[in-house]
Ligand binder design. Structure first.
Ligand code: K7E
Ligand code: CUA
Ligand code: CA
Length: 626
């Protein structure tokens, strides 16, 4: 034992006490609490029985996690924090064949050439301000895309690349009357046109970024709005009228120092009805090849307002009572509460100072990044630098701002360590229920077994159902779940097997029809020049075809239809040494196209365990030399 392990050190008090607490002896607990002199802020919490979801029991909530720069979406059960599924989106997935199959390549479109993504903000479609469980949307900062996941099958079914901009970061949905628009912020300021013609005179070139709206049903870009400064995070209100975005680079600087020059940046507020009216009136332009309406929302525009707030603000969160947009100060210890009821007046120029919409600017601690809510009037803000979550009361913060002597801070909870987002159950909806809080910590340091220089991150679960926040679980995660969303399990009712007429593989079904093939019955090879289409069925433990012959150099498309009706009997199709692998779940059709470039015998096999004779579920492709 080194001196550092001496139990006199305060940090060791905390560690020792935590061990005692988790031991579950109330006598020891009382002693430790009394003797340790622990503050509320650092007191370790007792493990709650609520998170002990026993084997065979189901979780109360679905959690959808961003996979960060790993590119996927992960589905967790909460409160157990058990990982239930992964949904590949902006990555390539060897198990399901995402990025390999024709069905996934159709979804990825031109962007299938990119093998990476960087997702941050998963959000669930809403009707009347409540999650409706239909879709989940997520951004890709790395390649400027927005994706949609169908929650009935938990597969990504649409991806759109946003034109004329770079790096989609903040993403939120219109809440009322329903999610018509997906609002998404392009972060980086670029010259227009950005075709290299103005590189020598960038100082004088026109430069800006844009706020974007994607139609949630068609997944086409509905409009783009030019802004001053840049755009970070965004959220929408409960009237359907406004969206707001933080800007940390009002300086329009290109260097770190420049971006921190001003003491205040701003929140840009967008007036959606005015934007729609301007489009109707033809009051827009287009850029380059794109047909998307581009509107000018820079300072002086009637479409936007700029509300100054301190300093390099980051998260932007709407309180579930519909009253406030809350901008999190990051380089300021404050958050700024913008009163949504005053925005009509702001747009009608009834204020001389746009700061008149600030209802309060409570000081919370160092590095406020994101805020979430319990539906009981309290807000929970992550403090990145302090490594804490601070619980504070919104009504009391406003009283204090107006000069009353009230303490709005309810509790500060140490988290491990450096939290970015936090997210409470149902917090973005009117029915925020204040039960669970997930705190997504960027550093785990000493919390888990060491696994090399790259550490796990730590998604901590906090019980917020009582007066006091209680840390109940550490959940290691892989790079880098910026954000998550929790919804009650009764909102979702995913399918257990595919329906044959599902749109996900409708195009493949249509191609089979053109070839005169009935997918549910036929096993056929159809030659069309040097293109060969192989159709086969699968029923555990058999492929409908155990051998087919092609010529070297043929472009081969293998389409497999899984006729099994029993849930959980997924098959796979892997062609050895050809980089071909895919999932075919019950009643699904999947297809993959590759070049048969090597003469000889090539085995294919089923790579999802389906039957006692799964190993024997094989076949051979015979390739005749050219
Ligand atoms: Cu704070 Cu992309 Cu939401 Cu990460 S962003 S933390
Ligand atoms: Cu079919 Cu394994
Ligand atoms: Ca700044």
């Amino acid at each position: 034992m080194s001196n550092k392990d001496n139990h006199q050190e305060p940090s060791e008090h905390v560690k020792l006490s935590r061990r005692l607490f988790l031991g579950g002896s109330s006598a020891l607990l009382a002693t430790a609490a009394a003797g340790g002199g622990l503050s509320l802020a650092s007191a370790p919490a007792l493990a709650s029985d609520d998170i002990n979801v026993k084997p065979g029991e189901l979780d109360e909530y679905y959690g959808f996690w961003s996979g960060g720069h790993q590119g996927e979406v992960r589905v967790l059960g909460v409160p157990s924090m058990r990982e239930l599924m992964r949904i590949p989106v902006f990555n390539v997935d060897s198990a399901t064949g995402w990025g390999i199959t024709n069905e996934s390549k159709r979804v990825l479109g031109d962007s299938s050439k990119y093998l990476n993504g960087d997702c941050h903000h998963p959000h669930i479609s809403m009707t009347d301000g409540k999650y409706d469980g239909k879709y989940l949307f997520i951004n890709d900062k790395a390649n400027t895309r927005v994706a949609r996941i169908r929650l009935d099958i938990m597969k990504c079914d649409k991806i759109v690349t946003i034109p004329n901009v770079q790096a989609i970061h903040g993403l939120r949905l219109q809440k009322v009357p329903h999610t018509k628009y997906v609002f998404c912020n392009a972060e980086f300021i670029i010259p227009h046109p950005n075709d290299g013609t103005n590189l020598k005179n960038l100082d004088t070139a026109e430069q800006y970024t844009m706020f974007n709206a994607v139609d949630a049903e068609t997944m086409e870009v509905a409009f783009q709005v030019m802004v001053d400064g840049n755009l970070d995070n965004t959220d929408a209100c409960y009237t359907g009228k406004y969206a707001a975005s933080t800007c940390y680079n009002s300086e329009a600087a290109t260097t770190l120092g420049g971006m921190m020059r001003e003491e205040r940046d701003w929140v840009t507020v967008f007036n959606i009805p005015r934007i729609e009216a301007a489009i109707k009136a033809g009051d827009f332009t287009t850029l380059g090849d794109s047909k998307v309406p581009v509107l000018d929302g820079r300072k002086g525009s009637k479409l936007t307002r700029y509300v100054p707030v301190p300093k390099n603000p980051h998260g932007l969160n709407t309180s579930p009572d519909g009253k406030y947009f809350i901008a999190n100060g990051k380089l300021s210890p404050t958050v700024s509460m913008i009163e949504i009821d005053k925005l009509d007046d702001l747009f009608d120029d009834r204020f001389e100072d746009p700061r008149a919409v600030i209802a309060a600017e409570p000081e919370l601690g160092l590095g406020p990044l994101h805020t979430t809510f319990d539906g009981r009037g309290n807000a929970y803000t992550t403090l990145f630098i302090d490594s804490q979550v601070v619980k504070w009361n919104m009504a009391d913060a406003i009283k204090a701002y107006n000069g009353e002597d009230v303490d709005y801070i309810r509790q500060k909870l140490d988290v491990q360590y450096q939290p970015g987002h936090n997210h409470a159950s149902h917090t973005e909806a009117r029915d925020a229920d204040g039960k669970w809080l997930v705190v997504l910590c960027k550093f785990s340091k000493d919390r888990f077994l060491p696994v090399g220089p790259l550490h796990a991150e730590n998604d901590q679960l906090v019980d917020i159902s009582g007066e006091e926040m209680k840390l109940v679980h550490d959940g290691p995660t892989y790079a880098e779940p910026h954000d998550c969303i929790l919804l009650r399990r009764d909102v979702l009712n995913p399918k257990k097997i595919w329906e044959r007429d599902d749109a996900f593989f409708a195009e493949t079904v249509a191609m089979a029809k053109e070839d005169g093939v009935t997918l549910e019955r036929d096993n056929k090879v159809i030659r069309d020049g040097n293109k060969v289409r192989v159709y086969m069925t699968s029923v555990a433990p058999n492929y409908g075809m155990s051998e087919f012959t092609v010529k070297q150099g043929d472009e081969v498309t293998v389409t497999v239809t899984n006729l099994d009706m029993i849930e959980d009997v997924s098959h796979g199709f892997c062609m050895v040494n050809h980089g071909v692998s895919m999932e075919i779940s019950p009643q699904q059709t999947s297809s993959v196209t590759f070049i048969a470039d090597k003469p000889g015998v090539h085995w294919y096999y089923c790579n999802w365990f389906c039957h006692a004779l799964h190993m024997e579920m094989v076949g051979r492709m015979l390739v005749e030399p050219a």
